[in-house]
Design a protein around this ligand. Structure first.
Ligand code: DLL
Length: 439
């Protein structure tokens, strides 16, 4: 049951530099506690444990966790809306939701302590990005049931920064506010940040903005996109990661070294598994990230299969933080496209495009089945400058894209070059894949 001690820790950067032995001991204590709470208060989880033949008493060392059953997104659907909660509703002070695998959304809840924990891990995220109380943080993540807006908001307030809770949309107004209020930190999806940069450019004020840092997440993005964001907005682009089921944003964040995302391991315990067999893989291996929420009271989630593909490194970072780093997410084990037997991640395509002059980082993958064969058609926006070129140069550009994709993925695709700003812009997550095979 809820204990007030769980989230009484005050934001303290030293927490993130805890020696490994001390951290492991803390994790084990918290794992035993959270498994007991899920077992005792969430019938669906108790059922899963029974089926797997384990009880909380089987959790004696960190390595024992692998014997416990995983939680998956469909558990939320089957127990919709509040069946995964471990506390009575009187103790739940906040609800958020995200898209489910089908129809019904995934509903998550927070006690007052959970909201405080969330503010703390988001305050650490701010610290990782070098954001301080002197910053003016423009929060363009959506406010509402999505966790992005309020998550960043509470963390930024917790460190004493000035928060502009503008939410997503109305891009010209965003840019005007950015200029007039002197925003120094931008919080948005990376694709929306690029769109804001385009609009600021059109309005002729891009170079007058005071932005110096951006905290970008909620969708996969590439190193190439980082270069574009840093160049166009004159910011340090920091990758932040999280998901509703675990808390929202605040699970992990890059620091200013930009070499992997530190996971706040006193609250989240990570494993990497083989997505096909469920086997736990050794540090450094690439696989599906599975995370146990160590301190959440309303919704203790054990071994959540994130479907996100990453890898973990336990080497201490140059910044001094000892907390494990996860590699930037390269895709999801369930959004991976298989086209004529080739595994394709949209982020790989993006990497190819960002290395090709004349293309904008806006693209869409259209997958169709023609006869028995899958066909990939890649729609790519070209830059204004390229439009002025003759038809031959455009053909050369298409051929170059096809060749580069072929050499990296071993996949032949068709390329359709489209005019600037014709691919629909999103104020949240960009829609990169249109899989006509599933319709
Ligand atoms: O997207 C929480 C969030 C808000 C994170 C704002 C960062 C910033 P969900 O809507 O539940 O929560 O979606 C979670 O989004 O499993 C990943 O597949 C993807 N995702 C989130 N952050 C990143 C990132 C929020 N930095 C799902 N890189 C996750 C790649 C990300 N994918």
């Amino acid at each position: 049951m809820p204990t007030s001690s769980l989230s009484s820790t005050i934001y303290n950067p030293l927490y993130e530099c805890m020696p490994r032995a001390e951290l492991s001991a803390l994790q084990l204590r918290r794992l035993k506690d959270v498994i007991s709470r899920a077992f005792n208060h969430v019938p669906a989880y108790r059922e899963k444990c029974r089926a797997a033949g384990v009880t909380p008493l089987d959790m004696q060392t960190l390595a024992d966790l692998r014997h416990f059953p995983c939680t998956v997104k469909t558990d939320f659907r089957e127990n919709y809306p509040f069946g995964m909660f471990a506390v009575p509703m009187e103790e739940v002070v906040r609800i958020h939701a995200s898209s489910g695998t089908t129809g019904k959304s995934t509903v998550v809840g927070y006690t007052a302590n959970d909201v405080a924990t969330w503010a703390e891990v988001m305050a650490r995220t701010m610290g990782c990005a070098g954001i301080t109380r002197k910053d003016v943080v423009q929060v363009c993540y959506g406010y509402g049931l999505f966790t992005g807006g309020l998550g960043v908001h509470y963390g930024a307030e917790r460190i004493g920064a000035t928060v502009i809770p503008i939410s997503g949309g109305n891009t010209k107004r965003q840019v005007t506010v950015m200029e007039d209020f002197g925003s120094t930190a931008l919080a948005s999806t990376p694709s929306y940040a690029l769109h804001m940069a385009e609009v600021a450019q059109e309005m002729g004020i891009l170079d007058d903005l005071k932005l110096r840092v951006g905290i970008f997440g909620a969708e996969p993005w590439s190193e190439g996109m980082r270069v574009d964001l840093e160049r166009s907005l004159h910011v340090t682009a920091i990758d932040i990661y999280g998901m509703s089921e675990l808390i929202g944003p605040g699970v992990s964040s890059e620091c200013e070294c930009q070499c992997g995302l530190h996971m706040f391991e006193d609250h989240f315990y990570p494993e990497i598994i083989d997505p096909d067999t469920g086997e736990v893989l050794p540090p450094g291996s690439t696989g599906e990230l599975v995370v146990t929420n160590l301190t959440k009271e309303a919704l203790p989630v054990i071994r959540y299969r994130t479907r996100d593909i990453s890898a973990l490194t336990y080497e201490t970072c140059e910044c001094g933080r000892t907390m494990v780093r996860m590699e930037r997410v390269t895709g999801r084990s369930d959004d991976m496209l298989i086209i004529r037997g080739v595994n394709v991640f949209p982020s790989q395509i993006e990497d190819v495009l960002t290395g090709i002059e004349g293309t904008a980082p806006h693209y869409q993958l259209h997958v169709r089945r023609e006869g028995t064969l899958d066909e990939l058609e890649l729609w790519v926006e070209v830059t204004e400058a390229v439009l002025k070129d003759d038809i031959r140069s455009l053909e050369t550009l298409s051929r170059r894209i096809m060749a580069d994709i072929h050499s990296i993925l071993g996949l032949t695709c068709r390329v359709k070059l489209v005019e600037p700003k014709t691919i629909e812009r999103s104020e949240g997550k960009a829609k990169r894949v249109i899989d006509h095979r599933k319709m």
